[in-house]
Design a protein around this ligand. Structure first.
Ligand code: IRN
Ligand code: FE2
Length: 629
């Protein structure tokens, strides 16, 4: 089987909807605003809806051909604004960059097809500003903003049916560290958040396949999954597979961090087949263009790379413009020096030329390019700490303050910005990062990598970082960059990607619950109820990873009957606390007394028993009642 066919087969497999799930759409104010969500139907007839990042792949009615890309959701919106024009575009740099590495037939076939994927690019008409921030500041609600508003509301019907107003207020009053989460997200609210730079909608005008989403402190916490080949492993089709796989499990954005061969072609395939925003670090490709020699980089090569990627439809760029020459010596005494790839490339350039970072000196020019395509900045943390020992040091915060300065410069041109954050930070030092970011970056969304709260667990860094991610999400970080179990050890495979995503869905969700988004706890409550009522299938289906939940259960109790049994193999039939509670309730009902009274009389009986055996907490084994064994 050739590579594209293998890919098509994989995508067929991942088109299965998740168990008991149906794709639904919320209809917006115009026919082409249709916002997806996933409805999970329970055996008791109650439905829970959840945010759905999986795109058309999980819609059985959608026709998908990876060779031609996804449906063009935004085509009418963008063209309708009349402020962009189609143009010739640049020839992708070194279209045949794979050939010199000894290209296989399968890759040659992919390239030929990718050429078909390339579309004529669009850019802003001369003098026009096409960014979402620009529209927002003019008071205009774009279809993208309306789409996002519909998408952010969680289980509104459920809330109306099951939450009293008081309950809703109680949830909203959860400690949200100064965030102001609305009861209902309206398009006007989204517009206002984007206008003041507190949220971004990463949406390149060349990414017409995009289902818009927002990143901001007053919205649901988002997660990003990194994919991408390196010089040593992985292929184009594997990367598209990882994309489809990532959004199936809930990645809100995906970054293509490819550094190996076929960078341009891989990206074409990813963007054309992605319903979620795609981010990149353009300095990686620029470095490939100069044969990997950082000193040979120039602003011109970087600028051409930016334009090349902007034409392809990349939605946000990580730019390490805060790694300034005067800050580099501040890392000299660190335990782990500079751990950011982009940061180390720029530091090397600065030192070699003894010049200020060209990303910093050309920032306004760069912003003009971003503006012409509405690419958002993700201002990179090139000096983030790479160990707990280096956390919150002078180098890190000097860079953060510079990122704040650059944010305000970008905003002068209405270009959207988020700020990248660490890294490795012990738990008690996590909150200072958020406080410092809020203070210096004008409330632009924070986007952190973990942080990892300890350095002693390679192989488990999804967990060391999931802890920090949950905390910083609660404090106000808008997007969490996932870490997989392979962090520090190797390139993640498909299973690692899934583990990283589920871990980060947990972190984001616990933060959302703590922040008080009124509808997000619907899922917890429904799952708890299903658990208490021994509706095993509902418990699996409501979970973040139904396959694993079911598999673990079935490992010890595989029989169909066990799916309705009032116990599992953890405690067995006699010691199931939930079963006993239910028995107490039934007992009370039979006696016609309240649960509390029943518990009290039950306890009186128990305490009698307890005294009979001598009143010791630990009783000799021969005195343990055995009658019911
Ligand atoms: C996120 C927050 N801080 C860093 N990140 C991510 O790290 C960033 O979005 C990108 O995916 C990756 C960039 O790594 P380097 O080049 O800074 O190591
Ligand atoms: Fe690290």
């Amino acid at each position: 089987m050739n590579a594209p066919d293998k890919l098509a087969q994989f995508i067929r497999l991942t088109r299965e909807p998740l168990p008991a799930s149906t794709k639904r759409y919320l209809q917006g104010s115009r026919p082409d605003i249709q916002v997806p969500l996933r409805e999970i139907m329970q055996s008791n007839g109650e439905a829970i809806t959840v945010y759905d990042t999986s795109g058309p792949y999980t819609d059985p009615r959608a026709h998908i051909d990876v060779r031609s890309g996804l449906p063009l959701v935004r085509a009418q919106w963008i063209a309708g604004r009349g402020d962009t024009e189609l143009y010739e575009g640049r020839k992708p740099f070194a279209l045949d960059d794979g050939l010199k590495h000894g290209e296989t037939d399968a890759l040659a076939a992919l390239r030929a097809q990718a050429a078909g994927l390339q579309r004529q690019p669009r850019r802003a008409k001369s003098g026009a500003n096409v960014t979402q921030m620009h529209y927002a500041r003019k008071g205009i609600v774009t279809p993208e903003m309306e789409y996002v508003a519909l998408r952010e509301n969680q289980n509104l019907e459920w809330q109306a049916q099951y939450l009293s107003n008081a309950d809703r207020e109680k949830r909203l009053a959860g400690n949200s560290f100064g965030a102001s989460i609305p009861k209902v997200v309206t398009p006007e609210f989204v517009r206002d958040e984007v206008a003041r730079g507190r949220a971004i909608i990463p949406a390149n005008i060349n990414h017409t396949e995009l289902e818009p989403m927002a990143i901001g402190r007053n919205f649901l916490v988002k997660i990003n999954a990194n994919i991408g080949n390196s010089a040593v492993t992985s292929s184009i089709e594997e990367e598209v597979e990882k994309l489809v796989w990532s959004i199936r499990w809930g990645a809100d954005t995906v970054m293509d961090l490819s550094t190996g061969k076929n960078i341009h072609t891989t990206r074409d395939w990813i963007v054309r087949n992605s319903p979620v925003p795609i981010g990149t670090v353009p300095i990686y490709q620029a470095l490939e263009k100069v044969g990997g020699i950082a000193e040979d980089l120039t602003w011109e090569i970087f600028r051409d790379t930016l334009i090349e990627q902007a034409e392809q439809g990349v939605d946000y760029f990580t730019v390490h413009a805060g790694v300034r020459l005067p800050f580099i010596h501040l890392t000299a005494n660190r335990v782990t020096g500079i751990v950011s790839r982009g940061g180390s490339i720029m530091a090397k350039w600065c030192i070699a030329h003894h010049k200020e970072n060209f990303l910093y000196t050309h920032f306004d020019e760069m912003t003009e390019i971003m503006r012409a395509y509405d690419v958002s900045y993700s201002l990179g943390d090139g000096l983030r700490p790479g160990s707990g020992a280096d956390a919150n040091d002078e180098a890190q915060f000097a860079e953060l303050h510079t990122l704040g300065e650059l944010t305000h410069k970008a905003w002068q041109q209405d270009v959207q910005v988020m700020i990248e954050g660490p890294g490795h930070v012990p738990m008690h030092m996590v909150q200072a990062n958020m406080t410092e970011q809020l203070k210096h970056c004008g409330e632009a969304p924070f986007y952190t990598l973990g942080p990892l709260t300890t350095d002693i667990a390679p192989g488990y860094d999804h967990i060391t970082s999931g802890i920090g991610a949950a905390m910083i999400g609660w404090f106000g970080t808008a997007m969490l960059c996932y870490v997989t179990p392979k962090e520090h050890l190797g390139l993640p495979d498909r299973e690692d990607v899934k583990t990283g995503i589920i871990t980060y869905k947990i972190a984001a969700h616990v933060a959302d619950v703590a922040k008080g988004h009124p509808g997000v706890r619907a899922r917890d409550d429904a799952l708890s109820k299903a658990r208490f009522e021994f509706r095993w299938m509902d418990q699996f289906n409501l979970s973040l990873d139904p396959d694993t939940a079911k598999q673990f259960h079935d490992e010890t109790l595989p029989a169909e009957g066990a799916k309705v049994a009032h116990f599992c193999s953890m405690c067995g039939p006699k010691f199931c606390s939930m079963k006993i509670t239910q028995e107490v309730r039934d007992y009370a009902k039979n006696l016609g007394v309240s649960e509390e009274q029943a518990l009290q009389s039950g306890m009186a009986v128990m305490s009698g028993e307890f005294k009979k055996v001598g009143g010791e907490i630990y009783i000799p084994i021969n005195l343990v009642p055995t009658s019911d064994q």
